[in-house]
Design a protein around this ligand. Sequence first.
Ligand code: SIN
Length: 330
Amino acid sequence: MKPLITFVGLILALTAVPGQAEPIVIKFSHVVAEDTPKGKGALLFKRLVEERLPGQVSVEVYPGSTLYGDANELEALSNNDVQLLAPSLAKFERYSKQLQVFDLPFLFDDLEAVNRFQKRSKGRQLLRSMEKANITGLAYWHNGMKQLSATKPMYLPSDASGLSFRIQPSAVLESQFTQVGASTRKIAFGEVFSALQSGTVQGAENPWSNIYSQKMHSVQPYITETNHGVLDYMLVSNTRFWFSIPHQIRTELEGIIDEVTYEVNRAAEEANQTDRARILKAGTSEIIELNPEQREAWREAMRPVWQQFESVIGEDIIKAAQAVNRKQRN
Ligand code: SIN
């Protein structure tokens, strides 16, 4: 066999077109379904790159934790085994304490406010907060506001007491549930459905699009529409890889990222509302809408988390985030 392999190698080398460089391969791995804001964004990026940089850049998209999951995707990026990721902002805790601002409960009134913060200077600065770790932030992508789901109806914070919730790997989110007397388990996104189905945990928090696409509603009979926090993403690359791309190609890629970001962020809220309607139609879960007093009770109960993390995140960042809400309050 060995002489044959050598012979085939020789033929390939002789038939290679001189001067024709191999395309740059960008592997884009993520943990969600394709029919979600992030999943669609990854596919749109691939399509536009292949249209505009044919033969120069090729994009491979791996959805649904098929290549890497929560546990190893950032390590894979650091080893340049994958070149693009868009983890939820909670998943960068190890690399940037400042990004924890996005997990503070009831900090942003809605996705519009999140959008304003991401566009202002403090938000832009945070894209560069992981440079020491060789991670370059390229853009923020929206998913949406999180809802609380559980095996029992939750109207007031005391209703969550004694339940165990799945959380992302975030001390802020851990503290958020501690404030309402609940316990937490850090579980990778790809395992959340089975953890809920088996009863390992009784509750979770996610935007409608993740709840629907992971079929969480089929094992969570109650979903309280709290909009208590945001689940957004940072599109990131390995810094050394990104800046090794020839300038002209990188500029084209950055232009494509701007276009994709605009489209993902324009469509995210609508996608979440569509999935909310689908959940309602499926009839598996009751959607509990809170009245203003009930929502205020959740806000009050979770508010101490802000003070707890103020020195870690930075008072200036929290203040800048608060300033984007239309309705100002403490
Ligand atoms: C994601 O949307 O990427 C996953 C969020 C989660 O882990 O809950």
